[in-house]
Design a protein around this ligand. Structure first.
Ligand code: BGC
Length: 756
């Protein structure tokens, strides 16, 4: 037996704090806290990345061996990026069986969209507007990750994102705080389930607290400067919803917010989160964000960073080792208090007890379960279902789609057509590279047509080894274009798969251009010149500028990065075995110059007529581009068509405590059964602080057979009218409102009511 392999070992220290099911968690936390030395308490506040091959021989000498010792002496509370039962069991064994008190580690991992079996990127999942499906997808991810030893995910990311230049828009739920709040809660419920101590669920983490999505100019890690109005009305609601849904942890963010790095922000972490919202879980810093406060020019040195972070409300230090090095000294010098340390430790222990880790620290370490669950049929079919629901049909002129199943010559063209890696997107640390079903493979599973495949142009020059490498876009080699054009010439229909390489979005992948990278635009235009019957399938992690395609290509399908089952989902949609119903969670711009772009903007004092024309120069607009997006928030087509009735209000007004309803009839007037997301927007005409031109306040995903009519009823009460007002209060103000109901954020179908 290897010295460090798990076997029959003394469980003495582990039994010191073994959990009794009958003692309330709070009592157990207090009892344990009493036993802990200051060093052990500080240890709980320290998180390490997986830093060595834990199942190999232990390191001798050097920095890593210190870390190893720290695990065995109770100076580490959590690890991240240790995965797989074998590895997790080994680090857990060190903490539990070698340290004095045997406090188990909480094992963190970025389960962002699936563990090994990859589901669509969160932005894509949001496009389904299907909260049950999103919750289920998170639950499946939790099932697979927990079977591999993980018990804490750094998700959901609930940052509101208005700027497509920011690469991390792929990780969130898009631009709207109402939709974002519901998706945040759904994902928290999915990860955490009904019972946190079940071995199939894990603790979730709402991140990045706060306003990281507002990084100036869409450049990652950049400064954020927004006022309280935007902070409270737009940024905070999804975090609050996650807290209300019981999320057990928060992660703060890299950015500074109005001059204060979020890691040290007392207002956010102590006043709002732990104060107003009564959050009793813990806050983890982002990777090295304590240390980065020195680069921000906010902390003098590492020790000062520790003082600022702890005072600011950061409970656990991810990868700065600053609490470990300085918390004791800071306490002795009176720069931080014993209460602050105890409070942080209490929070961390509470979550560990809730996870059932004290009862059985190896509850996530069952190799048999790992084998049975990883890539199981249930998970694979779940991600396929989610992938189909995430697809958005942006254009379908002359019903080019769905494709005929027989007798067609299809030219499949584009650098992403046979790509098995890009559909996995970014954040897929545990997935096998090249494990996605490609579009080529998906189409080949329909045998009735003849398919020719041409890459046309390469998108990248070489495949990055992983997550940390820059993507090297091909800007020199156009040699494949002629063959692609030739194959398009005699095809009945051309399917082009274009977009972004899988690692072109995500952390640190900001882009200053939002066009099709490399030579893809040229390829598209050359192919379109010989065959205009093009179905453009897009794979991308963010909104792109698609003006030329919109004007010249008859059918456009937004297929994001849909994960492991990507090609099957796309093929089923292209062939009409699944009728798409996704709606955009972010506006698609006409130009990068429009960034940030979002539907729920303010009116300004010079709005122009309908935001597009004022008949003169002096209004809020660009002289060289429209204000409106190319495809608006909430937009998406179906193979069938829907007709809406006018809105019927139950009353023209209501007062505090009351409710009115707004209803419409919706009819499926086309040939296919289909689903429609019926959306309710409200406009507040006049208030003590300026209000958006309209805001999403309700939606329903309605399933309608061809010819069928249903009535959708929205109930409107005071809570839907509340906002952070001019006096800094969250309340509804009396006045006039408009309700809009329709199929996207530009709908004109409206009715007026008042609240008094
Ligand atoms: C990211 C976080 C992530 C963490 C751990 C950071 O770089 O900003 O979102 O959870 O790394 O991987």
């Amino acid at each position: 037996m290897k010295k460090y392999a798990f076997g029959v070992l003394t469980l003495l220290s582990f039994s010191l704090v073994a959990q009794s099911k009958n003692t309330p968690v709070e009592d157990q936390v207090e009892a344990l806290l009493q036993k802990m030395t200051l060093e052990e308490k500080i240890g709980q506040m320290n998180q390490y990345n997986g830093f060595w091959n834990v199942t190999g021989p232990p390191p001798q000498g050097g920095e890593t061996s210190d870390k190893y010792q720290n695990l065995a002496t109770g100076r580490v509370g959590s690890m991240l990026n240790v995965r797989g039962v074998k590895e997790v069991r080994e680090v857990q064994r060190l903490a539990v069986e070698e340290s004095r008190l045997g406090i188990p580690l909480i094992i963190g991992f970025d389960l962002i969209h699936g563990y090994k079996t990859i589901s669509p990127i969160p932005l894509a999942e949001t496009a389904s507007w299907d909260l049950e499906a999103i919750q289920h997808s998170a639950a499946l991810g939790a099932k697979e990750a927990t079977a591999a030893g993980i018990n804490w995910t750094f998700a959901p990311m609930v940052d509101i994102t208005r700027d497509a230049r920011w690469g991390r828009v792929m990780e969130g739920a898009g631009e709207d705080p109402y939709l974002g709040s519901l998706v945040a809660a759904a994902r928290v419920r999915g990860f955490q389930g009904e019972d946190l101590s079940s071995p199939h669920t894990l603790a979730a983490c709402a991140k990045h607290f706060a306003a990281y999505g507002f990084s100036e100019a869409g450049r990652d890690y950049n400064t954020v400067d927004i006022g309280l109005n935007t902070l409270h009305n737009i940024v905070l609601p999804p975090f609050k919803a996650a807290a209300a849904a019981g999320v057990r942890t928060f992660m703060n963010s890299f950015n500074d917010l109005n001059g204060i790095p979020a890691t040290a922000d007392k207002y956010l972490q102590r006043e709002i989160l732990k104060g107003d919202w009564n959050f009793d879980g813990f806050v983890v810093s982002d990777w090295g964000s304590l240390r980065e406060m020195m680069d921000h020019g906010f902390a003098r040195d590492r020790k000062h960073a520790g003082e600022l972070a702890l005072n600011g409300g950061s409970d656990m230090d991810m990868e700065s080792y600053i609490y470990l090095d300085y918390a004791k000294e800071l306490l002795q010098e009176g720069k931080v208090t014993q209460e602050q340390i105890d409070d942080a430790v209490r929070r961390i222990l509470r979550v560990k007890f809730e996870l059932g880790l004290f009862e059985d620290p190896y509850r996530y370490c069952d190799e048999k379960r790992e084998q049975a669950v990883t890539g199981s049929e249930e998970i694979v079919s779940g991600v396929l279902d989610m992938a189909k629901k995430s697809i958005v049909l942006l254009k379908n002129q002359n019903n080019l789609l769905p494709l005929k199943k027989e007798g067609q010559k299809i030219a499949l063209i584009g650098p992403l057509a046979a790509d098995k890696n890009s559909p996995l997107g970014n954040w897929r640390i545990a997935a096998e590279n090249f494990s996605a079903v490609s579009v080529l493979e998906g189409l080949q599973s329909y045998p009735g047509n003849t398919i020719t495949h041409e890459q046309g142009v390469k998108l990248i020059n070489k495949v990055p080894a992983g997550f940390h490498e820059e993507v090297d876009i091909n800007t020199t080699d156009k040699s494949g274009i002629e063959e692609a054009v030739a194959s398009a010439k005699d095809a009945d229909v051309v399917v082009m798969v274009l977009g972004e390489y899988g690692f072109q979005s995500g952390e640190a992948r900001s882009r200053a251009n939002l066009d099709l990278p490399g030579f893809q635009q040229e390829l598209l235009e050359r192919v379109a010149a010989v065959n205009s019957n093009i179905v453009l399938v897009l794979m991308n992690g963010r909104p792109l500028v698609l003006n030329w395609a919109d004007a010249n290509v008859p059918a456009i399908v937004e297929a994001w990065q849909l994960g492991t089952q990507s090609g099957n989902a796309i093929a089923q949609v292209l062939y009409g075995d699944y009728n798409p119903s996704g709606k955009l969670p972010m506006s698609f711009p006409r130009s990068v110059g429009q960034m940030p772009l979002y539907y729920n903007h303010k009116s300004t004092g010079r709005p122009g007529a309908d935001g597009e024309d004022a008949g003169s120069v002096f209004w809020s607009h660009y002289i060289d581009e429209k204000n409106s997006p190319l495809y608006p928030f909430g937009f998406g087509l179906s193979y069938t068509s829907f007709e809406y009735s006018d809105i019927r209000l139950s009353a023209p007004q209501f007062s505090k405590g009351g409710t009115i309803t707004a209803q419409v009839d919706i009819t499926n007037t086309g040939k296919y059964n289909g689903k429609e997301v019926v959306q309710l927007y409200l406009k507040d005409h006049f208030a003590s602080a300026t209000r958006p031109v309209r805001e999403l306040k309700g939606f329903e995903l309605v399933e309608l057979k061809a010819g069928e009519t249903k009535t959708v009823v929205f109930s409107i009460d005071e809570s839907l009218l509340q906002f952070y007002n001019g006096q800094g209060q969250w309340m509804a103000e009396p006045g006039a409102f408009t309700a809009f109901i329709g199929s996207d954020s530009t709908t004109k179908r409206s009715a007026e009511f008042s609240f008094n």
